[in-house]
Design a protein around this ligand. Structure first.
Ligand code: NDP
Ligand code: MG
Ligand code: MG
Length: 340
């Protein structure tokens, strides 16, 4: 088994002696900054004027412009959306980097696909939490953590591995496990996971199941509970104890159905499509498409986003969730309520 690192494997003193700037205060940014501070590290925030600036100030942080935050610290974690990083890097980060600084990423996309090429005299590392930002924060507050991958791309100071591990410890990942990777492996596996399994695969599976039932005349409410609502309960069982735990809890009939039908839905053809997805990621074709979609102001992204909001599974879901107040509010609604 690969060596997984925990609290006792990490020399936290190396990062404690440095000053960290978290650049951006969004999903990952707020979680990293709050967790690092509570773990005893010295953190300031670099953001533009606006919503995030106010939020970080309300949370008690010293908040600077991105350029000032880079000037005043030795370790900068870059937590802007990947597609906006290049512009901000060229304008506000690169001109202010000092020899021996450490520039960090939470995903390898821009470095791996050469959208950002840091100068040779700085350290470059990655700490990529394997979970959404709000869960990085929530699990830390609950005493747990989200696992992270770390990678060192450039090490001019000789202590970059320790800096990266301290950072991963600070956001809570040493409680869950820290694993060594490369920028290439993290980028390709992360893109594959989100496209084929976690996001694309899962939402398409839910939509296909819901629509198969409703097109056959079953009530949309029944189809919603069956194909979307209950997904969380099954996934919780999987998170806690793997496939075995799901099969322990479900009926034998459900388990038999799992065995005889699962591989007919996700079949050889589906696996071939997964391989296509993976090779488009590996060749850089996916990255190229996403970069040009952004350069054109996202015509397809916006059109598909609108269409998806109006799907029947979404409409019936909104109505049913309103009647289940114990189901936690979606994160966006929660943040809007907080701002009022
Ligand atoms: P978000 O979309 O949540 O980041 C938003 C932040 O970026 C806000 O603080 C926003 O400020 C700021 N921002 C946006 N545009 C600019 C700009 N032009 N200048 C300055 N600040 C700007 O990002 P994520 O947290 O989703 O992603 C950050 C990194 O983490 C990415 O590399 C991503 O791949 C990685 N990652 C993300 C995960 C996730 O759960 N989302 C999971 C694992 C890795 P304002 O409020 O002013 O708009
Ligand atoms: Mg991911
Ligand atoms: Mg990702």
């Amino acid at each position: 088994m690969a060596k997984v690192l925990y609290e006792q494997d990490i020399d936290t003193g190396v990062l404690q002696a440095k000053k960290v700037a978290v650049i951006g205060y969004g999903s990952q940014g707020h979680a990293h900054a709050l967790n690092l501070r509570e773990s005893g590290y010295d953190v300031i925030i670099g953001v533009r004027p606006g919503k995030s600036q106010k939020k970080a100030e309300d949370d008690g942080f010293t908040v600077k412009s991105v350029a000032e935050a880079v000037q005043e610290t030795n370790v900068m974690m870059f937590l802007l959306p990947d597609e906006l990083q290049t512009g901000v890097y060229e304008k506000s980060i690169k001109p202010h980097l000092k020899e021996g600084d450490s520039l960090a990423f939470a995903h390898g996309f821009n470095v791996h696909f050469s959208q950002i090429v840091p100068p040779d005299n700085v350290n470059v590392f990655m700490v990529a939490p394997k979970g959404p930002g709000h869960i990085v924060r929530r699990t830390y507050e609950d005493g747990g953590g989200v696992p992270s991958l770390y990678a060192v791309h450039q090490d001019v100071s000789g202590d970059t591995r320790d800096v990266a591990l301290g950072y991963a410890q600070g956001i809570g990942s040493a409680r869950a496990g820290i694993l060594k990777t490369s920028f290439q492996e993290e980028t390709e596996s992360d893109l594959f996971g989100e496209q084929a399994v976690l996001c694309g695969g899962m939402t398409s599976l839910v939509k296909a199941g819901f629509e198969t039932l409703t097109e056959a005349g079953y009530q949309p409410e029944v189809a919603y509970f069956e194909c979307l609502h209950e997904m969380k309960m099954i996934v919780d069982l999987m998170y806690e104890g793997g496939l075995e735990n799901v099969r322990y809890s479900i009926s034998d009939t459900a388990q038999w159905g799992d065995f005889v039908s699962g591989d007919r839905v996700i079949n050889e053809e589906t696996r071939e499509r997964m391989k296509d997805v993976l090779s488009e990621i590996q060749s850089g074709e996916f990255a190229k498409g996403w970069i040009s979609e952004n350069q054109a102001n996202r015509p397809m992204y916006n059109a598909i986003n609108e269409k998806e909001k109006n799907l029947e599974v979404e409409k019936v879901g909104r109505e049913l969730r309103d009647l289940m107040p114990f189901v936690k509010q979606p994160l966006q609604a929660k943040e809007q309520t907080k701002q009022k």
